[in-house]
Ligand binder design. Sequence first.
Ligand SMILES: [Fe+2]
Ligand SMILES: [Fe+2]
Length: 212
Amino acid sequence: MNITSSRRLDRAPPAPSPEVDAAAPEGRDSLRTQAREHLADGAVTAGYGAKRPQVLALLDAALATELVCMLRYRRHHFMARGAQAKAVADEFLVHSVQEQKHADWLAERIAQLGGAPDFSPDSLLRRSHAQYVEGATLADMIGENLVAERIAIDSYRSFIAMLQGDDPTTRRLLEAILATEEEHADELAALLHGLPAAWVERRAHPSSRHGG
Ligand SMILES: [Fe+2]
Ligand SMILES: [Fe+2]
């Protein structure tokens, strides 16, 4: 995301204001004055405590990751073959739809913070944490999706830890996404466990894999 070209980031953000006591008359007056300043910043007020360019860059990487995951699951939904493929293909589609929803939430938050969500297919893989691996077999597909989920889980955890209390809205959003990614990983691990051992064993040999 080219955040430097963002319309609302072309000047230094207002310095975070000290905590105000909203119950006191002078605190209330201060809040009212601050709210009238920099109206074009929308939801980003003087009290926004996080480093906005850094948050936007991390949100951009998360958006790219969700889009790559959505595409990979969608491909796997249509390409799943074999005796146990139907249930797995159905699960891939459910995950794909949920990754798209995550992408939409992240894009909405990027726009709220004055950035511009980047959906450019040219740079998606470069900006994504997770990879797009097509996979040759059902075990490959499940395994690659599980790897991608585990990458997403760790990246969301570190993002949440970095934010601490500085941007509670973004933090809550990331926590909600993280919970779903953990469910995804759990479901994929169960699917992998349910496959015949020989299928999973074959996945361990690089010659049986087709990277995407
Ligand atoms: Fe997701
Ligand atoms: Fe996921």
